[in-house]
Design a protein around this ligand. Structure first.
Ligand code: HC1
Ligand code: SF4
Length: 562
């Protein structure tokens, strides 16, 4: 607590972690590449330097604020310093901006414009390192890397994966997987959080939009799209709206304009998941086998568990994720119609998540040789498609989902926020219990952004303990505690990305905790205003269980090859 003087003006500080935050509080937007309030401080880019009253300079992210401290943010010295850093980075950078995915949204480009960098005094070295396209989810272009280390830290500190690190020294320094291997050969779980923090085009989403065009241009295809819960509260940000603003009607309309035949709601499939997973949970509670039950809808988490805790894999629910259930069910639903009409149904998913691309490609996620899901595009790619097609998002008339797979309960919709799956499953398990106040208390525990959330409730007289974690570092810690016998749970929801799918690696960037909260609020608002509160009250889901799922139950579960 104290007062600092920034550019001659007094600024009180209290919770601010460093001088940088105090300066920003004073209304000065100091530039940074390597500072993220949620990651450890690296202090490498030095763009945030300030000058003190004795003429000394320091990186403001790396200094604690002190009472009476005086700093200046725009002296000739710091201005010169910042421009020199930018020129040095640009001299070493692949400056092929017109063909870069990040153009117009690149933080380096933005700062070069902001600081008026026109002539670069150093020779353009422009590295020529190989581009890594091995992953199904992300592309790494080291020629655009500015060595801020954000990806290295998020992968290690938030995800507990550590797939990326600094390699080599001096001017040869790069960021890469160990031993310069391709990213697909290491323990990367495809979450895309590295891409979400990358300030330039050094890590981008693998773009699958061409596959969408090919599908909609092919008259022999019945093109079906499903839209994940979290997409509807984030896509608007690409078109100037606030985080959390719901644009689902426009998204449906945009997909129809692009040529998609039917547009359905992944939240419908989430309702199916709730029914199946609750059933599985109750069965496990009775037998006592493979507890705790871990949720299975997050493919980043599933891959993480397979890599790191292979002995826990049987604890993961056998339910397919909603994305995959939906694909399998839709293909079954249209099977006969397709045969009659000589068509082939193509399932396109619009997801907030880069790992969903890898999930859709998993060998076991097909039925009789037909893939559950054919193409996965992220929220970010959908925004590009909309722009490419010249659709003016703002002017789109809202449309509703198609039937019969377009009606979802509030429970299905909140899947997109951390705690949502748990809340939906518990709502289902407590469906006959009249005591709403107990549910309310319970749900206040499962919502929010705490790293670990816990709740206890009773099912048929048995006490059930649940935990919710998001960010795989938190999952890693929790599992280690469980293995050490320090903690005990019956049900654990794990989402790889902090905040859940709303902050998936395929969502608009940049994102921060406030934006995550706003996006989650958007989903909870949809839940509140939904006509159907819980999954088993979704009449269309229930009739599906009575109908095509009666003899095709295996469509909903993962059957791994031995
Ligand atoms: Fe998710 Fe899910 S909630 S995993 O976060 O279970 O991606 O939104 O579609 O499959 O429904 C993502 C979101 C999404 C699935 C559902
Ligand atoms: Fe790490 Fe996720 Fe990036 Fe893979 S996709 S390198 S796991 S942050």
């Amino acid at each position: 607590k104290g007062t600092m003087i920034v550019d001659g003006r007094k600024v009180e500080f209290d919770q601010e972690k460093n001088v940088l935050e105090v300066v920003r509080k004073a209304g000065i937007n100091l530039p940074t590449f390597c500072y993220h309030s949620e990651l450890s401080i690296y202090g490498a880019c030095r763009m945030c330097i300030v000058e003190d009253k004795w003429g000394g300079t320091f990186a403001s992210c790396s200094q604690l604020p002190k009472d009476g401290m005086e700093v200046f943010t725009n002296t000739p010295k710091v201005q010169k310093y910042r421009k020199t850093i930018l020129e040095m980075i640009l001299a070493n950078h692949d400056r092929d901006c017109t063909a870069c995915d990040r153009t117009g949204k690149c933080e380096l480009q933005e700062l070069a414009i902001r600081f008026g960098i026109k002539d670069i005094r150093f020779d353009h070295i422009g590295k020529r390192l190989p581009i890594d396209k091995s992953s199904l989810s992300i592309i790494r272009n080291p020629n655009k890397c500015i060595l801020c280390g954000d990806c290295v830290r998020v992968c290690e500190e938030v995800q507990g994966v550590g797939a990326l690190s600094f390699a080599h020294r001096g001017s040869n320094m790069t960021v890469s997987p160990a031993f310069d291997r391709d990213i697909a050969e290491v323990n990367c779980i495809n979450c895309g959080q590295c891409r979400a923090v990358c300030p330039t085009g050094a890590i981008i989403i693998k773009n699958d939009n061409q596959k969408v065009w090919e599908a909609v241009h092919d008259k022999s295809k019945r093109v079906i799209a499903q839209i994940a819960p979290a997409v509807r509260v984030a896509l608007g940000e690409e078109f100037g709206l606030n985080p959390g603003e719901v644009t689902i009607g426009k998204i449906v309309s945009a997909l129809k304009t692009l040529g998609v035949d039917e547009v359905y709601d992944t939240a419908f499939a989430a309702d199916m998941t709730v029914i199946e997973e609750s059933k599985e949970f109750v069965e496990r509670l009775i037998t006592g086998e493979n507890l705790p039950l871990f949720t299975s809808c997050c493919p980043g988490w599933v891959k993480f568990a397979e890599n790191k805790f292979p002995d826990m894999v049987d604890n993961i629910s056998t339910c397919k994720s909603p994305q995959q259930m939906f694909g399998a069910v839709i293909k079954e639903y249209y099977k006969n119609k397709d045969k009659k009409e000589g068509k082939e149904t193509i399932m396109i998913s619009v997801m907030p998540c880069t790992a969903k691309k890898a999930e859709a490609a998993r060998e076991e996620l097909q039925h009789n040789g037909i893939r559950d899901v054919d193409v996965v595009i992220t929220t970010q790619e959908l925004a590009l498609l909309i722009r490419e097609a010249g659709i003016i998002f703002d002017q789109l008339e809202e449309e509703s989902f198609d039937m019969p797979f377009g009606l979802a309960s509030g429970s299905g919709i909140i899947f997109g926020a951390t705690g949502g799956v748990t809340e939906a499953v518990v709502t289902r398990l407590l469906r006959d219990k009249p005591d709403h106040s107990a549910k309310d208390i319970l749900f206040s525990n499962v919502r929010g952004m705490d790293n670990l959330k816990e709740a206890v409730f009773n099912v048929d007289g048995k006490e059930v303990k649940i935990a919710i974690v998001h960010g795989l570092k938190s999952a890693d810690k929790l599992i280690k505690q469980i293995k050490a016998g320090e903690r005990h749970y019956d049900f654990i929801e794990v989402m790889a990305c902090p905040g859940g799918c709303i902050a998936g690696g395929g969502q608009p960037v940049p994102m921060n905790t406030e934006m995550r909260k706003e996006r989650a609020k958007g989903l909870y608002k949809l839940d509140r205003t939904s006509h159907i509160k819980s999954s088993e009250k979704n009449p269309l889901v229930m009739s599906l269980f009575e109908d095509i799922l009666k003899d095709n139950h295996e469509l909903l579960h993962v059957h791994k090859k031995a």
